[in-house]
Design a protein around this ligand. Structure first.
Ligand SMILES: [Zn+2]
Length: 209
């Protein structure tokens, strides 16, 4: 028993006397931890701007990508991103990672020191560390799914009433759909159930306020 202990101690000392292995820049670089709180059915991403600063990309671009792939309404308020639905923190982190691997990380050296340049119709990630260029590849499946996003009767979604129509109904916009919601006021964030869909027009009923 004591032999085992001595061996462990020896091993530990051996490890301690070894020089620290140099980590390269990209391994040390990490997106800061997300600071997220929930207020009712609203997700408040408190340090959104901090993440944006660390990624060094346009806040609106990041916001757009994340909201679209989550299918959630939301807006930037100061340094925070307010999402009009409850999104688990892990899911948000996943979206950040997805954004970083798609729009930030160099395909050659793996470093985040890149910038986004428009090359005709496509975007290219150009590395300032090694000079490599790669086209941005947004996951095909995701893109197609987004384009085909359907709203179906029976769907329950969180919306923000952005306007009031001529007949007094609240109007919400989700992707290409205009949804009329009776009995709500402008600015209300409500959960609705879709009752009818005609083309890109829909009618919803409030199920929760
Ligand atoms: Zn590189």
């Amino acid at each position: 028993m004591s032999d085992d202990y001595d061996y462990e101690a020896l091993l530990k000392r051996a490890h301690e006397s070894m020089p620290d292995i140099e980590v390269s820049g990209d391994e040390r670089w990490a997106v800061p931890a997300l600071d997220v709180i929930y207020e009712g059915r609203i997700t408040v991403w408190k340090n959104f701007q901090e993440i944006v600063d660390s990624i060094r990309r346009d806040a609106d671009h990041i916001q757009g990508h994340i909201l679209r792939s989550l299918g959630s309404a939301g807006s930037i308020e100061g340094r925070r991103l307010i999402l009009k639905s409850v999104i688990p923190k892990e899911k948000l982190k996943g979206k950040v990672d997805e954004y970083v691997s798609t729009f930030v990380i160099c395909g050659e050296c793996g470093k985040p020191d890149t910038h986004l340049v428009k090359d005709r119709r496509t975007s290219v990630v150009e590395c300032m560390a090694c000079g490599a260029k790669r086209p941005v590849k947004v996951k095909k499946g995701l893109q197609a799914k987004e384009r085909r996003r359907m709203l179906l009767p029976g769907d329950e979604i969180d919306v923000m009433i952005q306007d009031v129509g001529r007949l007094g109904d609240g109007v919400a916009k989700v992707d290409k759909f205009v949804i009329y919601v009776p009995g709500v006021t402008k600015g209300a964030a409500v959960k609705i159930k879709i009752e009818k869909v005609t083309g890109t027009m829909a009618v919803g009923r409030v199920v929760q306020t």
